[in-house]
Write a protein that binds this ligand. Structure first.
Ligand SMILES: Nc1ncnc2c1ncn2[C@@H]1O[C@H](COP(=O)(O)OP(=O)(O)OP(=O)(O)O)[C@@H](O)[C@H]1O
Length: 598
């Protein structure tokens, strides 16, 4: 079916006087700082994410659609955003980490009806499910915006009025094929057989409506220039090519209202229509910034942190964030975000895991069975950030056991056991003195600097990998030095062994800091084992990855495994037991190996 747009009644500018409209000019704020030679070698994104000290580092997840409860895909973006936010906080930046829920639209009204509840009741329940999951996954967000909040509605109306005043909204008939799950009209050429949406595998339906349109085509040139001048705007870089080719193929105006949908924000000058759910939801990134006052307005929200440093999204919604959203902002005379990063999909049998397809992995079950650190670590370590990744429980258990329980947990436990037995759990010297002339220390320093660069670069998987290398190097050091046998020799050998334990524990401390963005609870447990208080842990900065934190005389806690091995539940005979355990919410884990002395 051909898509037909007929411009009809030009929308009246009754909301804003023309004189005000003339002040609205697109503006671009891509503040960049010079990058040092060394970091320029490694950093792809660093320059775009450099922050002026005075500005907060604002990063966002998508506002998740509340048609169904969260799944592992929604959790994936949020875990990644949380790791980036925590890293930025370690660097000493003021961070505003925004997440929330997108609550309007046809799909929500239908989902509510299917549950026998009102849309509002439905949104309250699902939105709370997101908040609960974020708590269980140790997500430390700063703002949670719901698009049904009053302050959001006020900001959407004000934004709409600015765009209207800029002459970018008009009324027209539209006829085309609509995917309700995407909430988007589709081009016939992008559909599968039987007019199915390639993402949701459901047929698109013919729709004809009299809608308000946003003049996206007016911004074609400005968008092209923006992307040419700021290639970091869309990341990873291969997604930039995708966005550039969409734009090159010609941008068409899109409808920003729905005549047939009641559950939405009324169009300011026409109560018979509601604002299109995407035009509404994207503005949540700005309305989240406004305070909790009753009265709120667009510019005061903007002055509280806009533009965002980073929108973290899945690649499914790249077009909305890298094409529609910048054009909308230009029209309203507001700054563009500094970067849009579209990561890949968690897949099941090669298909995107999603609520509409119903092929999702339950994050609550994973957290109940394995704990938040394991879930956070596995997905950030195993799925290269930007690419797709498939989940397998067997691989999950193997990776988490090998890396967190063995390489890190067991090394700490063994070292503390030896320290308890031979040094009354007390460090004999400062870690700086203990490591004088020690090549292991130099290696740790190099590796942790690499981890920093990977974090800056949003290469979260590589950051995990490099931190784990410190753990591997620590295990090799322990095996080479064999302090248990040096202690047996007594005298100078015993003194050297005591220094070796300080060296290994200092490396463990550095691992705890460097892994904190990924596994915050595990890092705290390591710090507690090293004799630090929670207040000391909470005050950590990235500067504490420098060698020399542990001091002579510091008393370690009683050795206690920081990460318990997961018992393998993957084989069929244990399946029933696993399900029982999941129901009882009890982790099915065993104690880590005890102290190995030889
Ligand atoms: N399989 C997935 N892999 C990675 N991220 C995902 C996945 N599914 C959802 N997300 C995250 O959630 C965002 C989409 O949110 P939404 O609430 O629309 O979830 P959804 O499950 O994709 O919904 P639907 O299946 O109805 O399209 C993505 O942009 C991404 O950030």
């Amino acid at each position: 079916m051909a898509v037909r747009i007929q411009c009809s009644i030009q929308n009246s500018l009754w909301l804003l006087k023309p004189s005000r409209a003339t002040h609205l000019k697109p503006c671009f704020h891509f503040r960049q700082k010079p990058v040092s030679k060394t970091s320029a070698l490694f950093c792809t994104y660093a320059s775009a994410l450099q922050n002026d000290e005075a500005e907060p580092f604002v990063l966002t997840t998508p506002l998740y659609y509340v048609n169904a409860p969260p799944h592992m895909g929604s959790a994936y973006t949020t875990i990644a955003a949380d790791a980036i936010a925590r890293f930025q906080r370690l660097l000493g930046n003021k961070v505003i980490f925004i997440t929330g829920t997108d609550e309007h639209g046809e799909k929500i009204a239908t989902a509510a009806m299917a549950q026998g509840s009102t849309p509002r009741e439905h949104c309250n329940v699902i939105s709370q499910a997101y908040k609960t999951l974020w708590k269980d996954l140790d997500i430390a967000y700063d703002k949670f915006i719901r698009t049904t909040d009053h302050k959001h509605e006020a900001i959407v109306k004000e934004f709409y009025s600015r765009v209207l005043a800029n002459g970018d909204i008009y009324r027209a008939d539209y006829e085309g094929l609509y995917c309700v799950n995407c909430e988007e009209y589709k081009d016939e050429k992008e559909l599968l057989d039987n007019k199915c949406c390639p993402m949701h595998l459901k047929p698109c339906v013919p729709r004809k409506e009299d809608n308000y349109f946003f003049a996206l085509s007016k911004y074609q040139k400005s968008l092209e220039e923006t992307l040419n001048q700021n290639p970091n705007f869309v990341q990873p870089s291969f997604r930039l090519n995708e966005v550039q080719s969409w734009i090159k193929s010609g941008l068409r105006d899109f409808s920003i209202s729905r005549a047939s949908v009641d559950w939405g924000i009324p169009v300011p000058n026409d109560e018979k229509q509601t604002v299109y759910v995407w035009f509404d939801a994207l503005l949540g990134y700005i309305s989240a910034l406004s305070g909790d006052k009753e009265q709120t307005d667009l510019l005061s929200a903007v002055s509280s942190g806009w533009p965002a440093a980073l929108h973290l999204i899945g690649k499914d919604i790249l077009r909305f964030h890298a094409v529609y959203w910048p054009a909308m902002l230009m029209s309203a005379g507001l700054s563009l975000p500094k970067m849009v990063f579209g990561h890949g999909f968690l897949t099941k049998d090669g298909l995107k895991m999603g609520k509409s397809l119903g092929n999702t992995l339950e994050p609550n079950d994973l957290v109940c069975r394995f704990g938040s650190d394991a879930v956070r670590y596995f997905f950030l370590r195993e799925v290269e950030f930007g690419s797709d990744g498939d989940y397998s429980e067997e691989r999950f258990i193997n990776i988490v056991n090998a890396h967190l329980a063995n390489t890190i947990g067991n090394l700490l436990n063994r070292t503390l056991g030896l320290l308890k037995k031979n040094c009354q759990s007390t460090l004999v010297v400062d870690s700086t003195t203990a490591a004088e002339g020690n090549a292991f220390k130099d290696n740790v320093e190099k590796l942790v600097e690499k981890a920093r660069i990977h974090y800056v670069d949003l290469s979260l998987s590589s950051a995990c990998e490099v931190v784990l290398e410190i753990g591997n190097a620590g295990n090799s050091y322990m095996d080479d030095r064999a302090p248990w046998s040096l202690f047996k020799q007594g005298g100078a050998a015993s003194e050297a062994a005591a220094r070796d334990l300080v060296v290994i524990l200092e490396a463990m401390r550095i691992i705890a800091v460097a892994l904190l963005p990924i596994t915050p609870s595990l890092s705290w447990r390591i710090y507690a084992q090293l004799g630090y208080s929670k207040d000391q842990f909470d005050a950590i900065t990235w500067g504490e990855t420098n060698w020399g934190g542990l001091k002579g005389g510091q008393v370690m806690a009683q050795p206690n495994p920081v990460f318990a091995r997961i018992e393998n539940l993957a084989d069929g005979k244990d399946r029933k037991e696993a399900n029982k355990v999941m129901k009882n919410n009890k982790p099915r884990i065993t104690q880590a190996q005890g102290i190995a002395e030889a």
